[in-house]
Design a protein around this ligand. Structure first.
Ligand code: NAD
Length: 533
């Protein structure tokens, strides 16, 4: 990406003068150097943010911790009320958010809307769900009637959230929402390329009534700020590459703090022999090229039942070639540029190497400098072999490879031939058979007759990766309870557990041996066991 600053914008998007004030949401302990944030569409400057240093992280975490103690003492319904107001503010500021995401990340408006929707859904879901997930739950006690036991969820303290650039809106805030509702203070570190979106969200959530100290944001390079964030936090929520995920998980391990890591994927889509062509092509195009393929759950491998291969490949390539590329902010644009020169070069290298080794380009395959420095065509490859990087490595761009297969079993075997395990998609005329196939796939989310949105949009259900695609889960009760420590409180009535003074230890042991054998047996089962000869 161009680092040129003060370059005039090309008029493809709206620059809001208020963006220059967003840096005020960041508090530093001393005057810091500023970094220009430039648009990948045309390299124009959108604003500047401070380059925070480790001392700023420690101070931010200290403020968040102190505020967290006050916040955790408030009722869950009070916390949910703030999140409800935040949800309403998201909706009221939709267009400002979409404009900023488009300008800062380059993505098409329709892709920005997808993440806006996810943030609204997540805020609403957790505001509604938190009271039941976080309330005290009774559990069976050590001794029936004599032991009364309950479990309570206690806030961890400070949660660090390290977010990537590809979904700068939802991935900056949607993991912070449950962390806050659980009673924690939060320190967010957005990616260096897209901090302004995170700062606008922080501004909105503060406007919703959140104590400004409770949600802190630090801007700067992950390599320098990652370790202090982990050292100052009690839990880390990381989203990014598998390589960085390994490093941060190891650092969390040194401190024995928990972490969730949402990492990369090499996601497969299966077109079974009975798949309806039109719907499958449309869904596969969306699944492969939404957000210019810069989506952790996007599809990079498509396995097609051999009898349908030619028909599918032709229709899929034709529909792909139809996608509208551009830097404009209108709803008609399908794909924007890539985020950076590094990302563009990686995508181009994957395609060039594949072609040099014998792959065929069915459509796309070229940079598009006529549209802007960072554009690359949506690309469909065939004839990809295992010795090509594009076959195994995550491209994280608008490139997908098609492979013919001779049976569902072969498709399953090839789809599972990866250490990743994030998302998968199965297309078929028989959903029941599709679910059977889906359950054979080693992926955290499986979509039948959808690419990724059905499972990701099911906010009540957990989302995360098998294998090197991650640790832990976001969404659902699992995505909230992970931000708490579970405390068991057990009260013993009548007497302590152990041999009473009036019973010999041998008799106590005999009674307890029989008793524990039937401890978790229902009364009906017990009667049946005793009365059945
Ligand atoms: P990245 O790992 O380079 O960066 C992600 C974040 O980590 C950024 O905020 C970065 O500043 C920070 N970071 C970088 N080095 C760090 C370090 N040493 N310690 C702590 N933090 C550090 O990832 P990226 O390449 O920018 O993002 C793309 C990757 O993210 C892809 O692999 C994609 O699949 C993955 N991703 C996964 C999900 C998911 O939910 N599973 C979602 C989005 C993106």
């Amino acid at each position: 990406m161009s680092t040129e600053t003060n370059k005039p914008a090309t008029g493809l998007y709206r620059i809001d003068p208020a963006w220059t004030e967003l840096a005020e949401q960041v508090t530093t302990v001393a005057e810091r150097r500023r970094r220009s944030i430039v648009s990948p569409i045309d390299g124009a400057e959108l604003g500047q943010v401070p380059v925070c240093e480790p001392d700023d992280v420690w101070a931010a975490a200290g403020r968040a911790r102190a505020a967290g103690q006050r916040w955790a003492a408030r009722s869950v319904s009070h916390r949910c009320g703030v999140m409800e107001r935040f949800k309403d503010l998201l909706v009221a500021n939709r267009d400002d958010l979409l404009d900023l995401v488009h300008a800062e990340n380059g993505k098409a408006r329709v892709a920005a809307f997808e993440e806006f929707l996810d943030a609204v859904l997540t805020a609403g879901y957790y505001a509604a769900k938190a009271p039941s997930v976080l309330r005290r739950h009774r559990r069976a006690g050590a001794l029936p009637i004599l032991t009364s036991t309950y479990v309570r969820a206690v806030a961890k303290g400070v949660v660090g959230v390290i977010a990537p650039w590809n979904y700068p809106l939802t991935l900056a805030i949607s993991d912070a929402i449950p962390a806050l509702l659980a009673g924690n203070g939060v320190v967010i570190k957005p990616d260096s390329a897209t901090p302004l979106t995170a700062l606008l969200l922080v501004k909105l959530v503060r406007r919703a009534g959140l104590d400004p100290d409770l949600l802190q944001v630090v801007t700067g390079p992950g390599k320098e700020l990652g370790r202090p964030i982990i050292e100052a936090s009690d839990y880390l929520m990381f989203t990014g590459s598998t390589a960085t995920g390994r490093q941060v998980a190891a650092q969390c391990g040194e401190r024995l703090i928990g972490c969730s890591a949402e990492l990369g994927g090499k996601n497969a889509l299966l077109v079974l022999a009975d798949a309806p062509l039109g719907r499958t092509v449309e869904g596969a195009v969306q699944a492969s090229f939404a957000n210019s393929g810069q989506l952790c759950i996007s599809i990079e491998r498509i396995y097609v039942a051999r009898p349908r291969f030619e028909e599918f490949a032709g229709a899929f390539a034709a529909r792909t070639a139809d996608l509208k590329l551009g830097g404009g902010g209108g709803w008609d644009i399908d794909m924007g540029p890539l985020i950076s020169q590094t990302q563009l070069d990686k995508v181009a290298d994957h395609v060039d190497e594949a072609v040099a080794k014998g792959a065929t380009v069915l459509t796309g395959g070229r940079r598009r400098p006529d549209l802007g420095q960072l554009f690359f065509e949506p690309t469909v490859l065939a004839g990809v072999t295992d010795d090509m990087a594009v076959a195994k490595e995550e491209t994280f761009g608008p490139v997908v490879a098609l492979y013919p297969v001779d049976s569902d079993e072969e498709a399953i075997e090839l789809a599972n031939r990866t250490d990743y395990g994030l998302n998968a998609s199965v297309w078929t005329g028989s959903p029941a058979h599709g679910r059977w196939v889906g359950e054979q796939l080693r992926a955290g989310t499986v979509n039948i007759n959808e690419g990724y949105a059905a499972a990701f949009g099911s906010t009540d259900a957990p989302m995360g990766g098998f294998g090197i695609s991650g640790l832990g889960r976001r969404h659902g009760p699992e995505g909230l309870i992970k931000y708490t420590e579970l405390q068991t409180v057990a009260t013993e009535r009548v007497m302590a557990i152990g041999p009473p003074p009036w019973l010999s230890r041998q008799t106590y042991a005999a009674v307890m041996t029989v008793g524990t054998k039937y401890l978790h047996t229902t009364l009906a089962e017990l009667i049946r066991k005793v009365t059945t000869p």
